[in-house]
Design a protein around this ligand. Structure first.
Ligand code: GLA
Length: 381
């Protein structure tokens, strides 16, 4: 198990028991590309994530080791800057920079981390890592940062050191997640309503296309720019404040692609709120329809899907045991989320795996996940 490997690697290297943090990835039931429009999302933390072991360093500098990549690097805490052509390094450096910018003092430390979230699967391994680092350093050095301060440090690291102008959904879900619970989050005032997730005869199943998406792809930032442009024309703070009538009124000032993207965001925000109502009423089929509609918008209006994701959603639609299915996360690859009858999981997993292999000549991966608590210390290692 990753957890044991992280702890034993730390102990072998530094001869001491580390402080251990678990920081989860997330899924999202509905509400995609709405978070950076001050809108609504419906994520949950999952039982896959990052395990990070921390301790003090006596060497005057920090060492960070990523066991999954078999890479390590040593750095000083003075004048932290993003590295060029770096991968995981910049998430760590960005978080440290954010902590220092808040005027908080940290001293040299050692870090060993590893995870069981496949990278690029749209399950937010990056937010899990950022939160693991900020949470771990907050504990190790008694910085007294609130969870809310920590998620904004994480988000800022991604903006400034990684170059993805992400919203707050991933960092929020990873930090504030609760066992067996999804959070209907208002990304404007960062308040959330917890929903206990029990779909009776149904459950959540994630299917990974194994197409690795890369959000630093300018595609993500470009869409955010379109949303900001349309908001400005509408004279509102964010698309959260827009509706389709107002959008229609400025349609002559934008092209049809931009119109459809903004319309998607407006409609997706409405869907998330309706999903909350469906969930409260235990209406699994109502929820499922909203989830299918979300995919339709992501594919045709927001244009962030891909052939493999569409294939999986089309297969789901043809299966009467699936109430709803859609691509999840930023897009261009990663997973679909499916609300499926428990009794159908085994047979559907088999048939979808075969069909996917036949269609694309490569395998998909299937994850039966549980909803977990947010970033926390693990004490019994
Ligand atoms: C990525 C970003 C999030 C969010 C989703 C799309 O996961 O990190 O902030 O925008 O894409 O919903």
């Amino acid at each position: 198990m990753v957890r044991q490997k992280v702890v034993s690697t730390y102990q072998e290297k530094y001869g001491q028991k580390p402080m251990l943090v678990f920081s989860p990835g997330r899924l999202n039931i509905i509400g995609e590309h709405t978070d950076y429009n001050d809108g609504f999302v419906f994520p949950a933390a999952i039982d896959k994530g990052i395990y990070a072991a921390f301790g003090f360093s006596k060497e005057g500098q920090c060492t960070a080791e990523a066991i999954d990549m078999n890479e390590s690097f040593t750095f000083s805490l003075e004048s932290i800057k993003p590295l060029e052509k770096a991968g995981w390094h910049n998430y760590i450096l960005g978080v440290i920079h954010g902590i220092q910018e808040k005027g908080k003092m940290i001293a040299p430390f050692n870090l060993v981390f590893g995870g069981d979230i496949p990278e690029g699967a749209g399950l937010s391994s990056s937010a899990a890592l950022e939160n693991a680092i900020v949470f771990g350093l907050n504990e190790l050095f008694g910085l007294k940062l609130s969870k809310e301060e920590m998620i904004f440090i994480s988000q800022n690291a991604e903006h400034e050191f990684v170059g993805v102008k992400c919203g707050i959904m991933d960092q929020y879900a990873s930090m504030f997640g609760q066992k067996n619970t999804a959070l209907l989050l208002d990304c404007r005032d960062i308040s959330s309503r917890p929903f206990h997730i029990d779909f009776d005869a149904y459950q959540i199943l994630l299917i990974n296309t194994n197409v690795k998406h890369s959000l630093s792809d300018s595609a993500y930032n470009k869409r955010r720019e379109v949303c900001e442009k349309v908001s400005k024309l509408l004279k509102v703070n964010a698309l959260r404040d827009a509706d389709s009538i107002k959008l229609e009124a400025i349609s002559n000032q934008i092209n049809s692609e931009e119109f459809q993207m903004a319309l998607y965001v407006i409609q997706e925000n409405e869907r998330v709120q309706k999903a909350g109502q469906a969930m409260a009423a235990n209406d699994i089929h109502g929820l499922g329809k909203l989830i299918y509609a979300s995919h339709h918008g992501l594919q045709n209006q927001y244009k962030v899907s891909c052939e493999e994701l569409n294939f999986l959603v089309d297969l789901a639609k043809a299966c009467p045991n699936i109430a709803g299915s859609r691509m999840m996360g930023g897009g261009f690859g990663g997973c679909t989320i499916n609300i499926i009858k428990k009794e159908a999981v085994a047979s559907y997993s088999k048939s979808v795996s075969e069909a996917y292999l036949q269609q694309f000549g490569k395998s998909c991966s299937i994850y039966d996940i549980a909803l977990s608590d947010g970033t926390h210390l693990l004490t019994d290692n």
